[in-house]
Ligand binder design. Structure first.
Ligand code: AMP
Ligand code: ZN
Length: 494
């Protein structure tokens, strides 16, 4: 696919908060890093929204013709229960509670994560590195930051010296915070005694004897701080400066702020040109989160077994629902909104199925396909504006209905352009699928025809031939042909 208006893609850069023209470091290539899941439990639908947002971005960049190296990590060590470097490692805790090896926990939830994302039709990233697979790289970064003088060692742990760093660099530039203000607003210093400053963060933590996930280091047995893995893996696979770094809005501080500090301290350069943050999915107006229990698991939506929704929804309908909101907006999940999304999705798919049946005419009248296609690209080039794109797709749905009614007409090449554009955006960029609806429709047709065959057989047994013939003829009118054989009545669809 040739580059289509790639020069005019604008993205909202969280660093500075402005919409900026996107220019990749190497023309035609994009390096993108997205923080992956901490694999200690099943992903909830909120997590899925963030990964889906970046899947859409990945898909669109590829559609524009960029060669994208998309790195999304798996956090399988180092993520403690709270952001102040306290509490147990989330994976080690789960392993302790369930009497499993930590790597059994990691394996179980990594597989679950992949299976879930596959159901939502997410493309796999180009590289999916793990924190535990990059301990050596993380130790090297700690050594460099210590040598540069931006970190200190206490009792086998190494902390980043935020106050010292802030004097020469600006700590807090991504989240718009100033260190003095943060310090003034901080009261809770409990458990932070080792640190020179409560905002210092762990690069390396000493492992207490009971800590099961531990590695040898120059500072004794320990484990890496959570923020460090993303710096290690993004630098290793994308370089010291790369194009896009993504993640959920809630990771902006402290996680991404700390990533910037680490990379600047180590490599003397700002690591990322465009920071993109996806907004939260809420349920009942509150953020979906594992910790509060206010969440829905994807499986509970697909099978309908939950207390929030009146019926099940297919993965592709849920994906369509997500795509109807801009990735930087908060989105609230409700039965009503999912129901409306399902109706919209069905209308879109019905229109797509009609398009190949429309007869081409010698001239086009009533719809400017090229202009409409341009509007679709303009929407996506405006910071991946999927809700506006979807509004344009529904403009096409309306035009397809007019074409069916012969109120407007298109030439063969315009019909082809319309069909290619719809297919590109619906399937390649938004990542929707037709299969589940088509499968369930054919199952339903099968069931209904079997029911009518049964009623016809009952009528024949009761010698009510008028009714049995009526059923056979009505089915035939709908293209369902019955054939009575020794094995029973069979049918074919014409
Ligand atoms: P975690 O596994 O907790 O590290 O989270 C994985 C990803 O999901 C991160 O990018 C989070 O920002 C994101 N996330 C967590 N909760 C939500 C939510 N309610 N809506 C959207 N994204 C979320
Ligand atoms: Zn990260």
């Amino acid at each position: 696919m040739a580059l289509y208006s790639a020069n005019s893609l604008y993205v909202t850069n969280s660093l500075g908060g402005q919409k900026e023209l996107f220019t990749s470091i190497v023309p035609g290539y994009v390096g993108m890093y997205v923080c992956g899941p901490t694999v200690y439990s099943q992903v909830h639908l909120g997590n899925c929204r963030t990964f889906m947002s970046f899947d859409m971005i990945y898909r669109y960049l590829k559609h524009l013709g960029y060669k994208v190296r998309y790195v999304r990590n798996i956090t399988d060590a180092g993520h403690l229960e709270n952001d102040q470097d306290q509490g147990e490692d989330k994976i080690a805790k789960k392993a302790r509670l369930e009497q499993l090896e930590p790597m059994e926990v990691v394996q179980r939830y990594t597989l679950d994560f992949h299976a879930t994302l596959q159901q939502f039709n997410l493309l796999p990233p180009s590289i999916e590195p793990t924190a535990t697979g990059h301990i050596v790289e993380q130790i090297e970064i700690v050594k460099t930051i210590l040598a540069e003088g931006w970190a200190y060692e206490v009792n086998g742990s190494v902390y980043f010296d935020v106050a010292a760093f802030d004097q020469q660099h600006q700590y807090g530039k991504l989240s718009g915070r100033r260190l003095e203000q943060m310090m003034a607003n901080t009261r809770d210093l409990a458990g932070q005694e080792e640190k020179r400053n409560p905002f210092d963060f762990a690069l390396w933590k000493k492992a207490e004897p009971q800590h099961i996930m531990r590695w040898a280091s120059p500072w004794g047995d320990g484990f890496p701080g959570w923020h460090l893995e993303c710096t290690a893996m993004s630098t290793k696979y994308l370089g010291t400066q790369f194009d896009i770094h993504g993640g959920g809005m809630d990771l902006k501080f402290p996680h991404h702020e700390c990533e910037i500090a680490q990379a600047e301290a180590c490599n003397h350069t700002s690591p990322v040109n465009y920071w993109l943050h996806a907004n939260m999915l809420t349920l009942n107006g509150k953020k979906m989160a594992k910790s509060t229990g206010n969440n829905l698991l994807p499986g509970e939506i697909f099978n309908g077994e939950n207390s929030h929704l009146t019926k099940p929804y297919s993965p592709t309908v849920v994906r369509f629902f997500m795509m109807q909101a801009h990735y930087t907006s908060v989105l609230d999940l409700s039965d009503e909104a999912l129901g409306a999304a399902e109706k919209g999705y069905n209308r879109l798919m019905d229109a797509l199925a009609l398009l190949p049946k429309i007869e081409a005419q010698t001239s086009s009248q009533g719809f400017d396909v090229a202009l409409w296609r341009q509007k679709c690209y303009q929407a996506m080039n405006d910071d991946f504006n999927t809700p506006v794109l979807i509004a344009h797709l529904f403009e096409a749905v309306k035009q397809i209905q007019l074409l069916v009614q012969n109120q407007i007409q298109l030439t063969e090449s315009d019909l082809l352009l319309m069909s290619t554009t719809l297919n590109d955006f619906v399937f390649d960029v938004l990542g929707l699928e037709t299969k589940p609806a088509a499968e369930s429709d054919s199952k339903r047709v099968h069931g209904l025809v079997q029911l009518l065959i049964q009623l016809r057989n009952d009528a024949r047994q009761n010698r009510d031939f008028a009714l049995s013939d009526q059923i056979r003829d009505a089915l035939s009118d709908q293209g369902v042909v019955l054939k009575d054989t020794k094995e029973g009545t069979q049918f074919t669809l014409e």
